[in-house]
Ligand binder design. Sequence first.
Ligand SMILES: *Cc1c(COP(=O)(O)O)cnc(C)c1O
Length: 397
Amino acid sequence: MSDFSRTRALFHLPEGVIYLDGNSLGPLPHGALERLNATARDEWGEMLITGWNRAGWMSMPRRIGDRIGALIGAPEKSVSVGDTLSIKMYQALASALDLNPGRRIVLSDTGNFPTDLYMAQGLIRTIGAGHELLTVAPEDVMDRISDQVAVVMLTEVDYRTGRRHDMKEIIRLAHENGALVIWDLAHSAGAIEVDLAGLDVDFAAGCTYKYLNSGPGGPAFIYVAPRLQGKAIPALSGWLGHARPFDFEQQYNPADGVERMRVGTPAILQMAALDAALDVWDGVDMAEIERQSAKLTSLFIEEVEKGCPELELVTPREPKHRGSQVSFRFENGYAAIQALIARGVIGDFRAPDIMRFGFAPLYVTESDTRQAAAHLVEIIREQLWDREEFKTRAAVT
Ligand SMILES: *Cc1c(COP(=O)(O)O)cnc(C)c1O
């Protein structure tokens, strides 16, 4: 029996709320609030510019990168923190294409998050060398890997359905065919076990404001395999990725290792919040998280299907084929989610018709899971979603 009551107590969870949207924005750790206060007051406030040295601000991207690395099977000095996931995907793809110059195809899938596809489209336009983004159905990815493909760029866990790719097999096939692989870990880091070094991943990137609870707009991270670090030339060659930023040289000269993926000045307050949010993970075993996640998601599926057999489950039934979320298709899904939120159960909606529920074992309990399922069943069976106030779309769904 897993006991996550220790970690649950480390979060501020609003009274009367069951939070099943930590896959979009993790809740506030008490420690992060304290750290934000302390960093602003004692470091920014008192040290002013000297904080860059005295408070170690400048080395935060590397130090925190190592802490994230420990959660995703990455060795020290292979992860750097900063910017946004969109930017980190752009950097990874630019470097990967540069490392595979004879080929023109970037292979991705229709389950990928749009920003990854948009960044690839923009980069391809900028390079102007005739690259092509080939976007196939997720189940066809393996069939389309060939010796024409430069880079396979995928999100491991589908943000809508929760379907998980077979990373190991895709990497094996890609490498056999001479292609590089980039993984978006937005719904993997802090949700399931990830073994970047063990699986011989080339590049990976992820965000920290979802399962890693760094707060809205928290910095992203990028992983570059140690064997590629010296060869990966950053397309966004900013001054903090320079070998000697404070020499202010005219010519760009990349820093050693993954540090070259830094671009500009890091967001220190968000870094501080992330650093404190990572304290929650001390002593937490990712295998245990994944087991508990399988248990909670299975329980939710079972309870919802018992009450609403007509709802279509779009998440794989087999726990090892899904991430830490459950999605159901329902044509009035938007209104149903609003009705749930009105009752204090927070999930979210993804167009056109997907109701999505994230389960983070750090703070979501079995009791939460049963109660949330009961509310959803009641709302659907009694058509409680059918009210004007629940049908008006807000800007962020
Ligand atoms: C949330 C998410 C993003 C978001 O990228 P940002 O640059 O942080 O806005 C990208 N990819 C995936 C798969 C996501 O789920």
